[in-house]
Design a protein around this ligand. Structure first.
Ligand code: HEM
Length: 309
């Protein structure tokens, strides 16, 4: 049975998100890089057996056919741009995603450094974001992020493409990323009860509001989807805060979500940006702006170990 890359881990204190494009003529070097990644992770992790260290690779829609012959993942397409009445989710370039996570920031750095060195000028960097755990898993807004994530076997089932849906790509996962820049001055000027309304949870204790008091434009009201045919419509988020402290330095949330189909994330994004009902957009977006948006497919471990020609 095909199994996924090492995506479901305990929440790590640090992560590095790299989005790259493949330069013309760089395809062979990138294929070599994909094959060499496991060796680099082992080189680094074998010296620190107690430190969680994993590197997950995703391939974008346009790059897929440049890198591999044969079939492609059934639902792999570029990130769908969304333009609501007030807020926009842009779709931005990206051929390769590397999501490195570890309990040690030096190890995420080292894997990223060694791996990009092997790629040289075969790739261009679109974005490099170093994320960190903030207190007790809080976002920079001060709210605990990740509480309602599926865990354990549920998490694996949530993110894994089934053999009967897409036999060639069973074991893989779809991955969406968005970099959000937060206006912390505006957010911090908002009274805490209004901040709590924006998330639908209490700030200090992280308790969810009852349905009859939770505003319809709360982030958790718009992203909690009803079951379809008795099946939960969930994604696995591994968001991280990031940022520069001085002056107007960019700071915010690096959003990353794994799922068995991109459609679930897309419905959540529609609810947030277009609104549900239309016009009732996510209150959180009045304080945080998506500046990137890219969709990838993270193939199974077996696919990566034996790439098609
Ligand atoms: C819940 C933060 C973007 C999907 C939450 C929670 C926080 C949070 C604090 C409540 C606790 C939890 O269950 O994790 C953020 C921030 C974002 C962001 C700061 C960006 C700036 C997104 C996006 C999506 C999403 C883009 C989906 C496309 C969800 C889901 C939940 C959630 C599914 C759980 C809802 C529930 O069942 O209660 N988020 N989020 N989030 N978020 Fe986000």
């Amino acid at each position: 049975m095909d199994t996924g890359q090492n995506i479901v881990t305990d929440k790590t204190p640090s992560a590095l998100f790299l989005v790259l494009t493949v330069n013309d003529g760089g395809e062979d070097a990138v294929r070599d890089g994909i094959e060499g990644l496991d060796g680099i992770v082992t080189t680094v992790s074998s010296r620190f057996p107690d430190a969680t260290l994993t590197a997950i690779i995703g391939i974008g829609s346009q790059a897929w056919d440049r890198l591999f012959s044969g079939p492609r993942p059934a639902e792999l397409h570029p990130f769908i741009e969304l333009t609501g009445e007030v807020h926009t989710a842009p779709s931005t370039p990206g051929d390769v995603l590397l999501h490195i996570k570890s309990s040690r920031p030096d190890l995420t750095f080292e894997v990223g450094r060694l791996w990009t060195a092997t790629l040289g000028d075969a790739v261009s960097t679109v974005d490099e974001t170093h994320g960190f755990r903030y207190f007790d898993m809080r976002d920079l807004t001060g709210f605990v992020d990740g509480t309602e994530n599926p865990a354990g076997a549920d998490a694996v089932a949530t993110i894994t493409v089934d053999a009967d849906t897409d036999p060639d790509f069973a074991g893989g996962s779809y991955v969406a990323v968005q970099k959000y820049v937060t206006d912390l001055a505006a957010w911090n000027a908002l009274p805490v009860p209004d901040q709590e309304d924006a998330f639908g949870r209490s700030k200090f204790e992280n308790v969810e509001m009852a349905d009859d008091v939770k505003p319809t434009n709360a982030h958790t009201a718009l992203t909690n989807l009803p079951d379809v045919d008795g099946e939960a419509q969930e994604i696995l988020r591994d968001n991280m805060p990031f940022g520069d402290v001085a002056g107007d330095g960019e700071k915010g949330t690096y959003f990353i979500a794994y799922s068995k189909t991109p459609e679930i994330t897309e419905v959540m994004l529609r609810n947030m940006f277009i609104g549900d009902p239309e016009g009732n957009h996510d209150r959180l977006l009045d304080f945080t702006t998506a500046i990137t948006g890219t969709q990838f497919f993270a193939p199974s471990a077996q696919f990566l170990a034996d790439l098609p020609p």
